[in-house]
Design a protein around this ligand. Structure first.
Ligand SMILES: Cc1cc2nc3c(=O)[nH]c(=O)nc-3n(C[C@H](O)[C@H](O)[C@H](O)COP(=O)(O)OP(=O)(O)OC[C@H]3O[C@@H](n4cnc5c(N)ncnc54)[C@H](O)[C@@H]3O)c2cc1C
Length: 317
């Protein structure tokens, strides 16, 4: 079923979450066992992230460095199939512009549709580590809006290189990313909102937000998105903070602020166990306020730490 249908068919807030594929060389068993307790909260869908190639340098005996391309977390499509099979829950794969030509995107979408995937989250992705800026692949997309347009085209039966023939129509429900605290490359929030509107105009029917720790940022964002003429559901993304290092890393990696009230509590923490307690309590309070506000689903970034999400969900759902 489509994400938007789940969100329409109920007046209560759903529970949903995102997982990361395991590192290359690790089995899927731990991940699937780890998320099994979360099924208690009846998630209608589970997102599976996509990880593009990264570059590393291998030093040879003669001193020369060889640039190697590798994907640390492959397996997104396989995990989607495993989730649908094991839990009978819809899987939402993330699909990137980065690392894909349009042809590879088309083939990936055909595979996904044939295994029964009905939803995709269409994203641009970032530059590989060690590279300063995002550059589209040869014959790939520069912005997520172009990827959305390609998927919409397939929903209308349009395939690459088949100018005249109308082929089999897929029926993907397309989600896109939104940034309550602005995407880091956008010169202003209004500019970013115009680009968000372009993704909706290209055929996306729901938005999932970047994580935020101050609900007011989400409420303000929703108001501005609506003022920009966008009327699709806006799913808030939440992440309980769990380690001391995340106080520095989350703002650095995701370009967001941690609110002062949260920082006061975090600064009292002596170790990760203390941080986890504060993070869980903060996420519970955030979640309860968002439920009251009437959000369609609370979407948790588990970062493969399902136990933390479980403790939050137990108090909210
Ligand atoms: C919910 C969520 C899930 C994510 N999942 C993944 C994942 O699985 N794997 C992964 O690698 N990354 C993931 N990301 C990260 C994402 O790929 C990055 O944030 C990336 O930098 C931007 O992706 P986007 O789809 O928002 O890009 P876009 O919507 O293309 O926007 C990127 C930037 O370009 C600007 N822009 C857009 N269109 C134009 C235009 N026509 N002209 C000029 N500027 C323009 C925008 O304002 C923005 O600053 C996720 C992010 C979120 C919020």
């Amino acid at each position: 079923m489509k994400v938007t249908e789940y969100l329409k068919n109920t007046d209560k807030t759903h529970f949903s979450f995102e997982i990361l594929p395991p590192l290359k060389g690790q089995s899927l068993t731990n991940l699937l066992e780890g998320i099994t307790p979360l099924m208690e909260f009846n998630p209608p869908f589970i997102d599976v992230t996509y990880h593009r190639e990264e570059y590393m340098y291998k030093k040879h005996a003669n001193g020369l460095l060889e640039k190697i391309s590798t994907r640390k977390r492959p397996g997104t499509v396989g995990i989607c199939a495993a989730i649908m099979n094991k839990f009978k829950v819809d899987a939402v794969p993330h699909l990137l512009c980065g690392g894909f030509s349009k042809e590879e995107t088309e083939n990936a979408l055909i595979d996904l549709y044939f295994i029964g995937v009905e939803n995709v989250l269409a994203l641009r992705g970032d530059a590989p580590k060690l590279e300063p800026n995002f550059v589209a692949n040869k014959d790939g997309h520069q912005f997520a809006s172009e990827l959305v347009a390609q998927i919409t085209g397939m929903n209308q039966g349009k395939y690459l290189h088949d100018e005249t023939e109308i082929g089999f129509q897929t029926d993907f429900c397309i989600g896109v990313a939104g940034y309550p605290e602005k995407h880091f490359e956008a010169p202003s929030l209004n500019f970013d909102l115009k680009k968000l509107k372009a993704k909706i105009d290209a055929g996306a029917t729901y938005i999932v937000t970047q994580m935020f720790f101050d609900n007011q940022k989400y409420f303000d964002f929703v108001e501005k998105v609506r003022a920009a003429g966008i009327n699709v559901p806006i799913i808030p993304g939440l992440k309980p903070i769990t380690t001391l290092s995340q106080m520095v890393n989350l703002p650095k990696m995701f370009f967001l602020d941690l609110p002062d009230d949260l920082m006061v509590e975090l600064e009292k923490c002596k170790n990760n166990a203390d941080v986890k307690e504060v993070g869980i309590e903060w996420a519970i309070q955030q979640s309860k306020e968002l439920v009251k506000y009437g959000v369609p689903t609370l979407h948790y970034y588990t970062m493969s730490k399902a136990d933390t999400t479980y403790k939050v969900a137990k108090e909210v759902f």
